[in-house]
Design a protein around this ligand. Structure first.
Ligand code: ADE
Length: 253
């Protein structure tokens, strides 16, 4: 898994995000690491307002659902028009729909997505999107957790952030993504900074020892213990040895 993060060829990863509320996504992707990734030319994010693809006086993007029931449904025509226009310019490696029905986003899926070049994300909104859009265009549905957001925009921002930071060159110290929580199916060990003594609490001696091997061993033990206590599900996965498996980009399209 670690090698895969290094092996990705260095060129730009492009996200096209289709939304009825671009304002919701702009801010999280225009600061800090995402901004730096864009400034370095490693990440491109294009927001497409579905209203621009709607027709009629009111540029309507939603409508009542057939069969009755509360909540509006995203109309198929503006989405299809936007996707087809974009597809004339490039082929997408994945066309994602953000929805609580989707596969749960985890670090493994982020790693796999970070190997792709062109990703389109359709943000669900209102009661959801007309089912025929899902059948016609969507290759992958992603949920960021078992709770319901007001719309898929925040989920799209989470996807771009968690995937974008894995593109080689995005983080200053490229190895740091390798040691993130979850990157080995383990939680990260505790970290400390100065002062070494604070409010009667000391930093563990080993971290001040300068002994690299001992520090590495201590961190690994702490990761294991923290994972065992807080995330027994991940711990089981780790001890059963599938933590080294190579992730594949198959099944994303
Ligand atoms: N839209 C609404 N809730 C969502 C979730 N949990 N994940 C992704 N998209 C969503």
């Amino acid at each position: 898994m670690k090698f895969r993060l290094i092996l990705r060829q260095i060129y730009t990863m492009r996200f096209d995000i289709l939304t009825v509320l671009p304002e919701l996504i702009e801010s999280p992707l225009n600061h800090s690491i995402m901004k730096r990734a864009k400034d370095k030319g490693l990440l491109e994010v294009y927001l497409h307002n579905l209203r621009d693809f709607a027709v009629g006086k009111h540029r309507q993007v939603d409508d009542y659902q057939f069969g009755g029931g509360a909540g509006m449904v995203m109309k198929p025509e503006p989405i299809a028009a936007c996707i087809e226009q974009l597809q004339q310019e490039r082929t997408y490696d994945a066309i994602i729909y953000t929805s609580p029905d989707g596969v749960r986003l985890d670090q493994e899926l982020c790693n796999r997505l970070s190997m792709l070049d062109n990703v389109l994300v359709l943000c669900g909104h209102y009661k959801g999107v007309d089912e025929r859009i899902r059948e016609t265009y969507i290759t992958l549905e992603i949920s960021i957790g078992d709770y319901v957001l007001s719309g898929g925009e925040l989920a799209a921002a989470v996807i771009v952030d968690s995937v974008g930071r894995l593109i080689p060159g995005v983080l200053n110290d490229e190895t740091s993504a390798l040691f993130d929580s979850f990157q080995d199916d383990l939680l990260a060990p505790p970290v400390y900074t100065r002062p070494a003594e604070w409010e009667g609490k000391s930093v563990p001696d080993v971290l001040l020892s300068g002994h690299e091997k001992m520090i590495e061993d201590w961190r690994h033990e702490q990761s294991l213990e923290r994972t065992r206590i807080r995330r027994p599900d991940l711990y089981e996965k780790y001890v059963h040895g599938d933590h080294d498996k190579i992730n594949s980009v198959e099944n994303l399209h």
